[in-house]
Design a protein around this ligand. Structure first.
Ligand code: SF4
Length: 311
């Protein structure tokens, strides 16, 4: 498939998804790789799934579409239902072990419910075993279109008992080739940040919202995030870090279930299911805007203080 055709298909998919949500005006958004991450992005929200997108443990049904699809057989049967708010208001029902609803019409308001609290890790003797089960469940995943161009599924790396976890948006070219998150230039900067905090990279856990590289490093589409993010939530629940640092707008929006941008979210903790969430700028943004390093360091100082205070 040519690149032009691929971009056209991605655009058509997105327009169809917006139409299904009843959106009558397009959001401002940017698709180019160079400008994809920070802060103006407002359109990516967790669980804004295309019609009937399958999630671990159940079915997502977008209100008003009348469609739904059962999750594939054997697909993360241990996961509890994911309850997500629809973009621009609206609601999404998730049916599985139970049915729940999230409603909301106030654009920009925090949706009720915690995406993290809606998911549980698989039952396992310890966090490392739970992570292995999640990875096995992902398998050679073809649940969303990102499978087509990937080299490796980039699951996550680090300590299964980490007290500090970092979450980015998705793998880039270096990560796709190596199968490990945050190994390119932005990853090297993240490693420096971690070491500046007095930690080693292997002492924390690092993962992404989507496990496969979006073509041309574009921002993952809402249906891709909706399909893949339950695996991230399971990873978080397996590890149960004291602090989860969300790197950039898509990661923060996915974990917090909000439409707010990173500029609004960063700088303070947001508690979700007993985990302290600190959104901050993505290292790739810092490479383009070195002046923002000071704000990230301010955020990391709060993270260090929290880790110290919690023993
Ligand atoms: S991004 Fe996630 S859901 Fe999509 S193919 Fe990769 S592992 Fe599967």
């Amino acid at each position: 498939m040519t690149r032009e055709r691929e971009e056209r298909l991605a655009l058509l998919t997105r327009l169809e998804w917006l139409r299904l949500l009843g959106v009558d005006a397009l959001p401002r958004g940017r698709a180019d790789a160079a400008s994809r991450r920070e802060p103006p992005l407002t359109a990516v929200v967790p669980g804004d799934t295309a019609r009937g997108a399958a999630v671990p443990g159940g079915t997502i049904r977008q209100r008003g579409t009348g469609v739904g699809a059962r999750a594939p057989a054997g697909h993360a049967a241990s996961a509890r239902p994911v309850v997500q708010a629809g973009l621009f208001g609206g609601s999404v029902e998730v049916e599985g072990a139970g049915t729940a609803r999230v409603r909301g019409r106030d654009r920009g308001a925090e949706p009720a419910g915690s995406p993290l609290a809606s998911v549980r890790a698989p039952e396992a003797p310890d966090p490392a075993a739970a992570l292995r089960l999640i990875r096995e469940e992902i398998g050679d995943c073809t649940r969303c279109g990102l499978c087509r161009k990937r080299t490796h599924i980039v699951f996550g790396v680090g300590s299964a008992s980490a007290r500090l976890m970092f979450v980015g948006e998705g793998p880039g070219a270096d990560e796709d080739l190596k199968g490990e998150p945050f190994v390119g230039r932005a990853g090297q900067l993240l490693t420096k940040i971690i070491e500046s905090m007095g930690l080693k990279r292997e002492e924390v856990y690092i993962a992404n919202v989507v496990k496969c590289r979006p073509p041309e490093n574009r921002t993952p589409l809402p249906d891709e995030i909706g399909t893949c993010s339950p695996f991230l939530f399971q990873q978080v629940q397996a590890i149960r870090p004291r602090v989860l640092v969300c790197l950039g707008t898509p990661a923060a929006q996915t974990v917090l279930g909000t439409r707010e941008t990173i500029t609004r979210l960063r700088g303070s903790f947001h508690d979700q299911d007993g985990i302290r969430i600190m959104p901050t700028f993505h290292p790739a943004y810092l490479l383009r805007n070195p002046a923002a390093k000071r704000e990230v360091w301010d955020d990391m100082k709060k993270v260090m203080a929290e880790l110290k205070a919690s023993g």
